[in-house]
Design a protein around this ligand. Sequence first.
Ligand code: MN
Length: 292
Amino acid sequence: MKFLANRSHLAVIAAKFSCGAPRSGAEKGPEAIMKTGLFKEIEEKAKLTVILDELCHPNHGSIVLSDSDVGNMKNAREVSEAAKRISNSVYQQARIGHFVLTLGGDHSIGIGTVSGTTKALRERFPSRDLGVIWIDAHADINTPDTSLSGRLHGMPVAFVSGIAKSAQKGKFDWLEKDHMINLHKFVYIGLRDVDEAEWEIIERYGIKAFSMEDVTKYGVNKIMDLALDHIGSETPIHASYDIDSLDPEWAPSTGFPVCSGLSLDEGLLIARRLHESGNLVALDLVEINPEI
Ligand SMILES: [Mn+2]
C-alpha cells in the first residue's frame, strides 16, 4: 500500500444521496450496509480505526423540485452540491493518506469521489496520474447532450474527465483542472448496457473497456491482469464499484439491473485483485437500493 500514508485508519463516507437517479431508495444504501455491523467487524478483526463521515443531503431522494433541471440535466443543482461536498470529504481524507471508502448513493456521487481522490493524489504524487477502474454494467459516460434520460448518474465519467462541462453558476462549476482524471488510465469492467453515443465517446477517446463478453471469453483473472497492466504498476488506483455489475441473481436490489453480469465469485475476485495490486487508495460501492 505504497500510496497510503496511514494504514491504521479507514475513512468511510456515507453518501446518502439519490438525486442523480430516477427513483429514490439508493440514499438508504449506506445505512443498510452499516447496519450489518461490517465496520465493527473491520475494526475488531483488522484492527482499523473507522472514521465515519455521514453526508445527508437535505433533498436526498430523487423526487425533488424540478425547477433545478438545467438543459438536459435533472436535479442539476442538487447533484452538483452533493458531489461538491462528497468531493471535499474524500479529498480531506485522501490528502492525509487515508484509504477512502464511499458508500452510495446513486453513481452521480462518482463525480465527487473520483474528483476528490484525483485532487488529493495529484498533490501527494505530482508526477503520477490516478488510475480509475469503473466496474459497472453501464458506462456512465453520457454528456448532457447525448443522454436520453438527463439523469446525472449516467454521466459521472464525462464530468470527471472534462468531456462534459457546465459553465452555469452552481452547476459543476466547482470542478477544476486538478479534479480531472487522465482517461488513458481509466478502465471499464463488466459493461453490457451501453448507449450508442457512449460507445462513440469510448472509441473517440480510446478508453480501455472490457465488456461482459470479454470477461466470459478471457476469464476475470486475465481481465484484471490486462486492466492493471493498462493502468501501470506504479499508479494509485480508485475503483468505483457499481453493484449492478453483478448479475441480478446475486444483486437484485439496484435500480437498473442487467442480466448476464458478473457472478459473485467473479465480483469478489475483482475485489481481491484490486487489494493485491497494493495500489488501491479509494473505493466506491454504489447503487445499492434496499427498497428494491
Ligand atoms: Mn454506474
